[in-house]
Design a protein around this ligand. Structure first.
Ligand code: 5AD
Ligand code: SF4
Length: 486
């Protein structure tokens, strides 16, 4: 037997050994499925994605089918009472499933878990894991413990910040060209109605190097637009020794090759610096849209909310923004029925909404949140009054939004194509720089491209358009089309 024949024989044996090892590994590491239900804000969407990555180390793959999952996780939100009710009603639906399949593992994580802790397992004993906002990074080890020891675990230890949620590997193939990237978490503002500082803890900013690395990786994987998220991104890097504030971070992200658009949310008006306002005219990738929650138009209510600004301050910020970027879209959050809000206060909010002319807003009826000062305030506004104010303001903004959308008919917008539309198989949907949804039909365009679309019709929540431009759609590789969508 010559040397080469011998080594081939050895290699053959080695390959068979390797095959045997792979089959054996597959057998002992059964591929398991996890279904995550995400409630609440974009921060939770990001956290759920990171949890999936952590769980990949235990051989869990995501499934959209609840009935096929071995592990069901709820990533919860407690910002308003309604969001919390949703958690309990969903858990109620799982009682029967757990009875029929006692081996499935049910975990409740995030803000409600942090807030309720042991109460959750008392109210819903079929839960296996309660993991608070600080335990999200420990999810894989918690699941492993339940798998091995079949015990119930409550982890609401607030000292878990040392374990970062962000994991580099494995990167799941992107289905859309847009992604959220958390840049900071927590909040030091303690607005009197808000539970966030209690469930998310103090403001902590991620290192800019890690954020940049994450964005670069996303771009390599086909992402064209990132939204930098945090409870108050304007506070990014403000703590001593951090060395990079939010405008500086934006500038660095703007320099990443292949990235086409940057968005961010949420901004606190009191922390909106001139540097950030200037970024809207300096940075070519920064989309002209800002979400700037005002909460109320009444100085008296703003003071009782402990927002740290007055109405006039907010209006001046808006004016400055529009001066540097006249096409900027401004959206907001507003609460109606804050304790003690009278008709004069409410009229001041209506007046501010008309004066600013928001592109859109999220409107909320005030609800008491545990531990917050406002929960102990007297002069609670009766529910029917809240409802009436809610619908009055919604009608006013609805008309304003439709009018703004109609003004876009006949214009051509640069649309980042995000995915299939809902109406027909060849319909696509995307967003304008100002964050308006545009639906259009075009058999040749690919997800991830930015294409000019002429707006032909406007509705209250979206626009309808036709792609324009010479040769458009003939070469899907042009204009930043994504290879994964081929
Ligand atoms: N009641 C109603 N709305 C609230 N928000 C926060 N806390 C409450 C509460 N207790 C709203 C604010 C905030 C948005 C995310 O949720 O408008 O900006
Ligand atoms: Fe809540 Fe106020 Fe912080 Fe926003 S700024 S997260 S409303 S406490």
């Amino acid at each position: 037997m010559g040397v080469s024949a011998f080594s081939t024989a050895c290699r053959g044996g080695f390959n068979r050994l390797q095959e045997f090892r792979d089959v054996w590994l597959l057998m002992i590491m059964k591929q398991k499925q996890v279904h995550i239900v995400t409630m609440g804000c974009q921060m939770n969407v990001y956290d759920s994605e990171q949890m999936l990555r952590h769980l990949a180390s235990l051989n869990y793959r995501p499934t959209s089918r609840l009935d096929q999952a071995d592990l069901i996780l709820l990533n919860t939100c407690s910002i308003r009472e309604k969001a919390e009710h949703k958690v309990y009603s969903f858990l109620g639906r799982l009682v029967r499933m757990k009875r029929l399949r006692p081996d499935i593992i049910i975990g409740v994580g995030g803000c409600v878990a942090q807030q309720e802790g042991y109460h959750l397992v008392e109210r819903a004993p079929h839960i296996d894991i309660v993991f608070g906002t600080f335990a999200l990074g420990r999810i894989a080890s918690l699941v492993q413990q339940v798998e091995d020891q079949k015990k119930q675990i409550v982890d609401i230890d607030p000292r878990g910040m040392s374990e970062p949620l962000y994991v580099k590997e494995p990167v799941f193939k992107a289905e859309r060209p847009t992604a959220f990237v958390t840049v900071m978490q927590g909040c030091d503002n303690f607005c009197t109605y808000c539970v966030v500082p209690y469930v998310r803890g103090r403001e902590t900013s991620r290192k800019h190097e890690e954020i940049l690395e994450e964005v670069r990786l996303l771009v390599e994987n086909g992402i064209r637009e990132v939204t930098l998220i945090g409870q108050n991104v304007n506070a990014y890097g403000q703590k001593k020794g951090h060395g990079c504030n939010f405008p500086a971070l934006l500038e660095r992200v703007n320099g990443i090759e292949g990235l086409r658009r940057i968005r961010f949310t949420t901004s606190h008006p009191k922390d909106m610096s001139d540097g950030l306002i200037d970024a809207f005219c300096r940075l070519d990738k920064l989309a002209p849209h800002i979400h700037l929650p005002v909460q109320s138009g009444s100085d008296r209510v703003l003071r009782r909310m402990k927002r740290g600004y007055v109405r006039d301050f907010y209006l001046k910020k808006v004016a400055k923004l529009r001066k540097v970027r006249p096409d900027v879209a401004i959206t907001s959050d507003i609460i109606v029925g804050f304790p003690g809000e009278d008709t004069v206060d409410f009229e001041a909010t209506v007046d501010l909404v008309r004066q600013v002319g928001f592109d859109n807003f999220f409107l909320f009826k005030y609800s008491d949140r545990p531990n917050t000062p406002a929960a102990r305030f007297s002069n609670k506004v009766p529910e029917p009054v809240k409802r009436e104010r809610f619908s009055t303001l919604l009608d006013i903004q609805g008309a304003l939004t439709t009018k703004k959308n109609k003004a876009l008919v006949g214009t051509t917008q640069e649309v980042l194509v995000e995915g299939p539309g809902k109406r027909s198989p060849d319909q696509l949907t995307g967003r304008t720089p100002c964050n308006r949804i545009v639906n259009f039909v075009d058999g040749m365009t690919r997800i991830g491209q930015i294409i000019p679309v002429r707006v032909v019709q406007a509705f209250s929540h979206s626009l309808l358009g036709h792609p324009v431009g010479k040769g458009h759609g003939r070469n899907p590789g042009e204009n930043g089309g994504m290879s994964y969508a081929a």
